[in-house]
Write a protein that binds this ligand. Structure first.
Ligand code: NAD
Length: 243
C-alpha cells in the first residue's frame, strides 16, 4: 500500500459517523487531515488528535468551498463524505427533498472536486473518494427514493471522472456501505417510533449478523487513498447484504 505519511487529506462531514472515524484513521496512517463539517461543536472532539486540523465548511456553498481550498492550498486526497438520507418512496418524495438530496449528496461532491481537481491534474497525482451507498445503482432499497436516486448519481460522477482523468493519474473511487452505526442512523431508527424494532430489522439485512462500525468503512477509505491501481470503481462494504 502506498505511504500516506505527510499526505494532505480533506474530509467533508468529519464531525461524526464515518467521516469522523475516517479523520482518525487517516491521522493514524500518518496523513495530515483537514477535518471539516458544519457542526463546529462536534468537530471540537478532533481538535486534540495529532495530525488533525478542524475547520467549519458547509459543502452546500460554492464560495465556502472555494475559500477553504484556496486557504488550505495543497490537497493530495479528497474524501467526499457529506450526505443526507431522506425516507420515503417516490410518491412520498417532494421536489424539495429531491433538490436537497441532489445538492448535498451530488452537487457538493462536484463542488469540492471542481475546486481541487485542477491542482491534482497539475501534479498528475490525486485520490478522490466519493461516498455513495449500496442504495444506489447497486441495489434498490425500500423507502429511500431521493437517497437512492442521488447516490446512484455519485456512482455516475465517479465513473465519469475516471473516464476523463485517469490518464492524468487521478484515482477516483466510490464507497458503497450497507448499514453503518452512526448518529444519523440512530435518528432514523428513532423516527420510526419503534427504535428497537427498526434496529432489529436493519441488522437482519446483513447476513453477517450486524451492522458495520464506522472504523471499518474508514479503513476502506484509507486503503483507497493509498491505492495506485484502482479507479472508477464501486467498492461495496456491506456485510454480505448484496452478496
Ligand atoms: P451522519 O449522517 O451521522 O453525519 C453526517 C455529518 O454530515 C454530520 O456531522 C453533519 O453535520 C454533516 N453535514 C451535514 N450537512 C453538511 C454540510 N452541508 N456540509 C458539511 N457537513 C455537513 O454520518 P454517517 O451516517 O456516517 O454518513 C456519512 C456518509 O456515509 C453519508 O454520505 C451517508 O449517506 C453515507 N452512508 C451512511 C450509511 C449509514 O448506514 N450510516 C450507509 C451508507 C452510506
Amino acid at each position: 500500500m502506498a505511504d500516506l505519511t505527510g499526505k494532505i487529506v480533506l474530509i467533508t462531514a468529519a464531525a461524526q459517523g464515518i467521516g469522523e472515524a475516517s479523520a482518525r484513521a487517516f491521522a493514524k496512517a500518518g496523513a495530515k487531515v483537514i477535518a471539516t463539517d458544519i457542526n463546529a461543536e462536534r468537530l471540537r472532539s478532533l481538535d486534540t488528535v495529532p495530525n488533525i486540523t478542524t475547520r467549519v465548511l458547509d459543502v452546500l456553498s460554492s464560495d465556502a468551498v472555494a475559500q477553504a481550498v484556496a486557504e488550505i492550498g495543497h490537497i493530495d486526497v479528497l474524501f467526499n463524505c457529506a450526505g443526507v438520507v431522506h425516507s420515503g418512496a417516490l410518491l412520498d418524495m417532494s421536489d424539495d427533498d429531491l433538490d436537497f438530496a441532489l445538492d448535498l449528496n451530488v452537487r457538493a461532491q462536484i463542488r469540492t472536486i471542481k475546486a481541487i481537481l485542477p491542482q491534482m491534474l497539475a501534479r498528475k497525482d490525486g485520490a478522490i473518494i466519493n461516498m455513495a451507498t449500496v442504495a444506489s445503482s447497486v441495489k434498490g432499497v425500500p423507502n429511500r427514493a431521493a437517497y437512492t436516486i442521488s447516490k446512484a448519481a455519485v456512482v455516475g460522477l465517479t465513473k465519469s471522472i475516471a473516464a476523463d482523468y485517469t490518464t492524468s493519474n487521478i484515482r477516483v473511487n466510490a464507497i458503497c456501505p450497507g448499514t453503518v452505526d452512526s448518529p444519523s442512523l440512530h435518528d432514523r431508527w428513532t423516527a420510526t417510533g419503534d427504535f428497537e424494532g427498526a434496529k432489529k430489522a436493519f441488522i437482519a439485512r446483513q447476513p453477517i449478523g450486524r451492522i458495520a462500525r464506522p472504523d471499518e468503512v474508514a479503513d476502506l477509505a484509507v486503503y483507497l487513498a493509498g491505492a495506485t491501481y484502482t479507479t472508477g470503481q464501486v467498492h461495496i462494504i456491506d456485510g454480505g447484504w448484496t452478496a
